[in-house]
Ligand binder design. Structure first.
Ligand SMILES: Nc1ncnc2c1ncn2[C@@H]1O[C@H](COP(=O)(O)OP(=O)(O)OP(=O)(O)O)[C@@H](O)[C@H]1O
Length: 308
């Protein structure tokens, strides 16, 4: 698979502070690529440079083999873009908005109704956008991005403001685009969405690339820990349990928390009722991707948060 986007040693400063710091990566043709990172990590700045809205201080970005800046129409035709916040005219109707963008891009008029239908707004085509909810405006922005069927779709936080139904429909739309051979780059804070859509991810932190690869690769890099919380009919000594089972055990009131690796789980569970011990209750917690992400972005919940 060849690359549709190549980012090479790109940096950007604002007021002397690096928003994007020496980033290099490629997006392959036909893949769904997600940009993750905490607030201020540099995702939108990177996307703005990729779409030619701002110029990098150093480095270069090529799209379909062409330098993004100075802007050529071959590059503009190569991608469609949904910005983080889209400026729409509140006095125009949804239909008028789509027709406005279709005329700008010389796209046949019938596409307007098609994309309005895809985002569930066909029934609202004669309604003014000023009366639209946040989610409806977001769906309209997505419809604009879908208008021209460019080979690369770039979406900055596309599901912000969407309800669970439309978040799920969004995933269907993106999967269909991939089947049609379209490459997709999207920035997101929703790890479940990323997990179910992305072929590869890039995690940014303070403008730098923390991780580039598949989600499986990320999980392998952060071996998952399992916490088995147990309550016995007769309370057990945590130190004795720890020595017997060979894992760390914390006392949590009436409960004991056993911390083990995934491959130790079955052995531990089988040992819990040995020697006449009887379980009264049990809860198993496996580390989620969200927790891995929180840890690497420095947002692991503090003990104080647990008390809230
Ligand atoms: N126009 C600007 N002027 C000055 N600083 C900016 C500007 N745009 C972004 N920044 C700064 O650059 C850094 C990266 O911001 P950016 O918007 O790219 O982050 P982000 O990852 O998209 O964040 P979020 O998830 O909150 O959208 C932040 O420190 C931000 O304050």
């Amino acid at each position: 698979m060849t690359s549709c986007v190549v980012v090479e040693h790109v940096s950007k400063k604002y007021n002397g502070k690096k928003a994007v710091n020496d980033l290099s990566f490629e997006i392959k043709r036909g893949e769904i690529f997600s940009l993750l990172g905490p607030n201020g990590a540099g995702k939108s700045t990177l996307i703005r440079m990729m779409t030619g809205l701002i110029q990098p201080d150093s480095g270069q970005i090529r799209m379909n083999g062409e330098q993004v800046l100075p802007f050529k129409k071959e590059v503009k035709r190569y991608f469609s873009f949904l910005p983080e916040t889209m400026s729409l005219y509140p006095n125009l109707t949804a239909g008028e908005t789509l027709r406005f963008f279709s005329r700008l891009q010389r796209i046949p008029r019938h596409r307007c109704e098609e994309v309005l239908d895809v985002v569930g707004l066909l029934g609202f085509k004669d309604k003014k956008i000023g009366g639209f909810s946040k989610g409806m405006r977001q769906r309209l922005g997505l419809a604009v991005a879908l208008l021209d069927e460019a080979p690369l779709l770039i979406l900055d936080e596309p599901t912000s403001g969407l309800d669970p139904y439309w978040s799920s429909r969004f995933k269907e739309i993106i999967r269909r685009k991939k089947r049609e051979g379209i490459s997709v780059l999207f920035a997101s804070h929703d790890l479940y969405e990323v997990e179910s859509l992305a072929d590869r991810i890039a995690i940014l932190n303070e403008g730098k690339l923390y991780y580039l690869g598949t989600l499986d690769g990320l999980k392998a890099r952060h071996p998952t820990e399992i916490r088995i919380r147990v309550r016995f009919e007769v309370p057990q000594d945590p130190d004795g349990l720890s020595r017997e089972l060979g894992v760390a055990v914390n006392r949590m009131g009436d409960w004991a928390e056993l911390i083990c690796r995934r491959e130790e789980k079955v052995r531990i569970l089988r040992s819990l009722e040995k020697g006449g011990r009887k379980l009264a209750d049990l809860h198993i917690h496996e580390t989620t991707l969200e927790e891995i992400y929180r840890t690497i972005s420095g947002r692991a919940p503090s003990p104080q948060m647990d008390k809230l």
